[in-house]
Write a protein that binds this ligand. Structure first.
Ligand code: AMP
Length: 249
């Protein structure tokens, strides 16, 4: 069992962080937490028990009237949610995590700025044990994001783009029945931020705000770079890194 460890998956939007986190999570039996997925879930189901609590905290602390629409306005334009709001999400996630036996997790999409990285350390008094950075060509990323389809209910991801160029071989990942999720039967849709215009903005935001976080973890000696040019066919590369860096023999 991986105990008391935190792994983060880093890389530009569309590099596959979410999909790979879920694979690692299943293999090593540690939870994965995607801030982007949590934010989308708050927007989609603001009245669920877990979401209404975090929404009312954000509403009262930061004086925001309509939290879901405030969040979707930022996300749908390719911007970043403020550090203070992200702190609230992380506090609620870590209060649950600390009750688990292993107290380990994978973070997907957080920290995304230097501010968030240092706030994480001071708020939770925990360090990142391993940061895997997935580098990918921006043209490939754009094609992949435009082909992405996501289940509107359980958020399982599919992809209709077939990529075979610049050394990247990533076959499409299609559901058995077009437009329908294999796992829960709900309909698939495009994410609101997966349009050409917003993808450009998200990559710009990544260059401006998130790239520096790679250096931050490199200086701390916990960074490993990877390319994942064959998608899931390269997943063993990530398992090997996790085995070598997080599992003490
Ligand atoms: P993702 O699913 O990781 O691509 O995230 C989707 C969107 O959610 C991002 O483009 C941001 O608008 C927002 N988001 C997710 N994680 C963070 C974060 N750590 N800090 C700020 N905004 C975030």
């Amino acid at each position: 069992m991986i105990k008391n460890k935190i792994l983060i998956l880093m890389g530009p939007p569309g590099s596959g962080k979410g999909s790979y986190s879920k694979k690692i999570s299943l293999k090593y039996k540690i939870p994965t937490y995607s801030t982007g997925e949590h934010l989308r879930n708050i927007i989609k189901s603001p009245n669920s028990n877990e979401n209404s609590e975090v929404i009312s905290t954000i509403k009262s602390k930061f004086n925001i009237d309509n939290v879901p629409s405030y969040l979707s306005n930022i996300i749908d334009k390719g911007g970043l949610i403020s550090k203070n709001i992200m702190d609230q999400l992380m506090i609620s996630f870590f209060s649950q995590l600390s009750k688990s036996d292993a107290n380990s997790c994978i973070l997907d999409g957080y920290p995304r700025t230097i501010e968030q990285a240092s706030s994480f350390e001071s708020t939770f008094n925990r360090k990142i044990d391993l940061a895997i950075n997935i580098n990918q060509d921006y043209d490939i990323i754009t094609k992949k994001l435009l082909g992405r389809r996501v289940c509107t209910n359980c958020f399982t991801g599919y992809n209709v783009s077939h990529i075979n160029e610049k050394g990247y071989v990533m076959p499409s990942l299609l559901p058995k029945k077009e437009g329908v999720c294999d796992k829960c039967g709900s309909s698939l849709s495009l994410r609101a931020d997966d349009t050409e215009e917003v993808i450009k903005e998200r990559l710009k935001t990544y260059d401006l705000k998130s790239k520096s976080v790679i250096d931050y973890y490199d200086k701390k000696g916990v960074l490993v770079n990877s390319e994942m040019k064959r998608g899931y066919d390269d997943i063993d590369i990530l398992y090997k890194i996790v085995n070598e860096r997080l599992i003490s023999i």
